[in-house]
Unconditional design. Structure first.
Length: 137
């Protein structure tokens, strides 16, 4: 094996997406890309008043695109987050009453948003040891 080269490991591919998830380093060690690094993508949702939108385990961004102002909406965190996972969402319309809630076995830190203006977004990070979501912005 030559210096400073990475050789893909056979079989270390995400079976759902075909994405490469690991490599064999020049030092002979196997390296895997963590779930946090693989997290990505955008989920577009057209919610109605009273809906609960649950973030996906591997989707970082959710765009809420209701037809107009919503009286109330609940945004729920993913059921199986990894440590330091970031979940973000934005809305194209006003959310008069917004509830951001944890999933089973999780908690939310203080300072969660209670409403949103059109074009506003929020992001949260998960601390696995505390099983708690913290608002980033």
């Amino acid at each position: 094996m030559s210096d400073n080269k990475a050789v893909p490991l056979l079989g270390l591919v995400n079976i759902l997406t075909g994405a490469f998830v690991g490599f064999l380093g020049a030092d002979g060690f196997e390296y895997l890309i963590t779930a946090t690094c693989l997290q990505g993508g955008v989920n577009y949702v057209i919610p109605l008043t009273g809906n609960t939108v649950t973030a996906g385990n591997t989707v970082k961004n959710t765009v809420l695109e209701p037809a107009g102002t919503l009286a109330n909406l609940t945004f729920k965190m993913p059921p199986n987050p990894v440590d330091q996972q970031v979940v973000a969402f934005s809305t194209t319309q006003i959310l008069t009453i917004l509830t951001v809630s944890a999933n089973t076995g999780q908690t939310m830190a203080n300072g969660m948003p209670t409403a949103a203006t059109a074009g506003q977004g929020f992001a949260f990070i998960f601390n696995k040891s505390l099983s708690k979501w913290f608002r980033i912005y």
